[in-house]
Design a binder for this molecule. Structure first.
Ligand code: HXC
Length: 258
């Protein structure tokens, strides 16, 4: 498929998606979100791909949903088409690990998109915010929900009510991002992390992702039960035998994703 708004590349076992609407600071128009969904479908269906990285430009990961495209829509229009959730949720539903490599602005839908990913790595230039309130609306793709779970009520309320942005250091302190890196090292580190994940046993990787995500969906007791069942199931894989044998034999494991 020829993409107009994103660049899609395979780098070894890593699928790299670069948001590419530089003139609009990667504003997430419908066409871009559709293309993103298509690229994720393709990577998910490709057994060779073990992890995915989504990134933007130096200036902006994404400055939000496309305001120009959205401004004249009516209630009935956005309600009937279930505007935004359909395409966007594709990112959150991806079974393979997705890393957001964020430099510059991650605002509104851009911040929400980053939070749908499994890990956020931030350049020291990154700025996160939910400025929808300044447009007379509110976040519509998880901003009030995921941000609150990630940084707690006080900060999420302040950011969503005032539109105040967080810089990278505050985002790391608050638990929104896993690491802050000098901007020039961001992509190297993101690709290194994705490569490392892709080198692990694919069934084990998917089980980890499912299990960590359960922590957000259920009680501790249910989550622990779910984790233990998956842990038991991992013993049905050839990769468990290989991984443990390799440790005992003091060699690198050769996982077959089986
Ligand atoms: C459409 C956008 C845009 C957006 C920037 N642009 N953000 N176009 N939608 N979200 C366009 C500008 O109109 C401008 O186009 C060009 O990108 C460069 O932007 P500038 O504003 O000139 O750049 P700068 O002065 O550096 O300011 C950067 C900025 C600012 C602080 C990020 O652009 C900004 O505040 N953008 C809007 C952020 C925002 O409110 N996001 C939330 C959107 S609502 P021209 O043609 O003039 O050169 C949302 C709801 C999500 O995300 C709901 C569910 C998904």
């Amino acid at each position: 498929m020829g993409y107009q708004n994103i660049i899609v590349e395979k780098k070894g076992r890593v699928g790299l998606i670069t948001l590419n609407r530089p003139k609009a600071l990667n504003a997430l128009c419908d066409a871009l979100v559709q293309e993103l969904g298509q690229a994720l479908n393709d990577f998910e269906g490709d057994a060779h791909i073990g992890a995915i990285v989504i990134t933007g430009s130096e200036k902006a990961f994404a400055a939000g949903a496309d305001i120009k495209e959205m401004k004249d829509r009516s209630f009935v229009d956005v309600y009937l088409s279930d505007f935004i959730t359909k395409g966007w949720e594709r990112v959150a539903q991806c079974r393979k690990p997705v890393i957001a490599a964020v430099a510059g602005y991650a605002l509104g839908g851009g911040c929400e998109l980053a939070m749908m990913c499994d890990v956020i790595l931030a350049a020291d230039t990154a700025r996160f915010g939910q400025p929808e309130i300044t447009l007379g609306v509110l976040p519509g793709a998880g901003g009030t929900q995921r941000l609150t779970r990630l940084v707690g009520k006080a900060k999420a309320m302040e950011m969503c009510l005032s539109g105040r942005m967080m810089d990278a250091a505050e985002a790391e302190r608050s638990g929104l991002v896993s690491r802050v890196l000098p901007a020039e090292q961001l992509m190297d580190e993101a690709m290194k992390l994705a490569d490392r994940i892709a080198s692990m046993s694919a069934p084990a990787v998917l089980m980890v992702k499912e299990s960590v995500n359960r922590a957000y969906e259920t009680t501790l007791a249910e989550g622990l039960h779910f984790e233990r069942r998956l842990f038991h199931a991992a013993f049905a894989t050839e990769d468990q035998k290989e991984g443990m044998a390799a440790f005992v034999e003091k060699r690198q494991p050769d996982f077959k994703d089986r």
